[in-house]
Design a protein around this ligand. Structure first.
Ligand SMILES: CC(C)(COP(=O)(O)OP(=O)(O)OC[C@H]1O[C@@H](n2cnc3c(N)ncnc32)[C@H](O)[C@@H]1OP(=O)(O)O)[C@@H](O)C(=O)NCCC(=O)NCCS
Length: 184
């Protein structure tokens, strides 16, 4: 079978729409964040696997901020597309919108980024096709993903470094203005 070298962004663009039913609600009557996360994981999987032509696994999730509640009865749509590809990994951008079917009001609840890795039949990471950027917007997203990747690498390195150099006794004074008390 011929290897596919590049696939266009449009090839794997996926939209998943689901009605928010009462059993998805929390005790406050709003939709559980976990329901939305599960739907986001599902659409990221569909999009990444289609581009990769292989099963994919979720490695990291970035930018999940639930800034607006989703209501029971809303029609939630998750729009996913591959924003960036590495060697075996892909970044899927997901825009979540919720529509009130009675009023027609649409709110953009969040945009999140899922890093997925393609796995071969041997369960090992396997190369994904390159990405054909069909529009300027595709190119903007790819460039933004490179920035996001570099920032994330710097952040991870910084966190690892700060964990190794954290001297608890020297930094306890930082807790003075925090809402905690020492019980040791
Ligand atoms: C993700 C996983 C495949 C990485 O395996 P690995 O042997 O470390 O593979 P590699 O080091 O070759 O990394 C593979 C790719 O993942 C990327 N990656 C690994 N860790 C990452 C991280 N923390 N953040 C972002 N990307 C990461 C690498 O950059 C690499 O991408 P590239 O090939 O495009 O350059 C492996 O850890 C795994 O299978 N994890 C479980 C995933 C899972 O089951 N998820 C479902 C939720 S439980």
């Amino acid at each position: 079978m011929a290897t596919i070298n590049f696939r266009p962004v449009s090839y794997s663009r996926v939209t998943l729409t689901e009605l928010m039913i009462p059993s998805y609600a929390n005790f406050g009557g709003k939709i559980h964040g976990g329901i939305l996360l599960s739907l986001m994981d599902k659409v990221a999987y569909a999009c990444a696997s289609k581009h990769a032509g292989n099963y994919c696994v979720t490695v990291t999730v970035d930018g999940v901020h639930f800034l607006q509640p989703v209501e029971v009865g809303d029609l939630v749509s998750l729009l996913a597309s591959v924003n960036y590809v590495g060697n075996t990994s892909l970044l899927v951008g997901i825009k979540v919108i919720a529509e009130n079917v009675k009023t027609g009001t649409v709110k953009h609840t969040n945009t999140s980024y899922f890093t997925m890795v393609a796995k071969g039949d041997d369960e090992k990471p396997t190369q994904v096709p390159g990405l054909t950027l069909e529009t300027r917007e595709d190119a903007r997203r790819f460039l933004e993903a490179i920035r996001r990747r570099d920032l994330s690498r710097r952040y991870q390195a910084e966190m690892e470094n700060s964990k190794t150099i954290l001297q608890v006794e020297d930094e306890l004074y930082l807790l003075q203005n925090e809402r905690c008390q020492l019980a040791f």
